[in-house]
Design a protein around this ligand. Sequence first.
Ligand code: HEC
Length: 122
Amino acid sequence: MFSFSCSRAISVAPALLLSLLLPVAAVADDAERALKVGESIYSQTCIACHGANGKGALPGVSDFKAADGPLAKTDDELATSIRDGVVTPGAALSMPAKGGNPALSEEEIQAVLAYLRKAFGR
Ligand code: HEC
């Protein structure tokens, strides 16, 4: 009887520990994956105008690195800008909806936004 309850306690403890740790690992994995997806979207769709350093490769493109630049805005505002595009009257260039790639999903918009914050610092 004693040995039964003792071995049960030993087998339950690691299982309990695992169940506490696994969700954290899964969330970290998801975030890592989203950043990879975001990076690949950026390098295919956004980099031509925004540049590898995020400072803008063409006249009229926002500088992501500037302290008062677009990354000071909220995630919701930026996701809307990426989804719908931004047209500033008189500006040299406009931000096309989804960076000109209509196939971009909502999840990919969030992924590229996460990448912007990670890569360009805000
Ligand atoms: C054809 C060039 C071009 C491409 C491609 C492009 N952008 Fe832009 N983007 C711009 C320009 C120009 C602006 C500045 C718009 C303004 O403020 O008038 C801008 C602004 C932004 C902003 C700031 C929006 C705001 O609310 O101030 C974000 C965020 C952004 N782009 C993200 C992206 C992402 C992500 C991609 C790729 C999926 C992308 N852009 C592709 C030209 C481009």
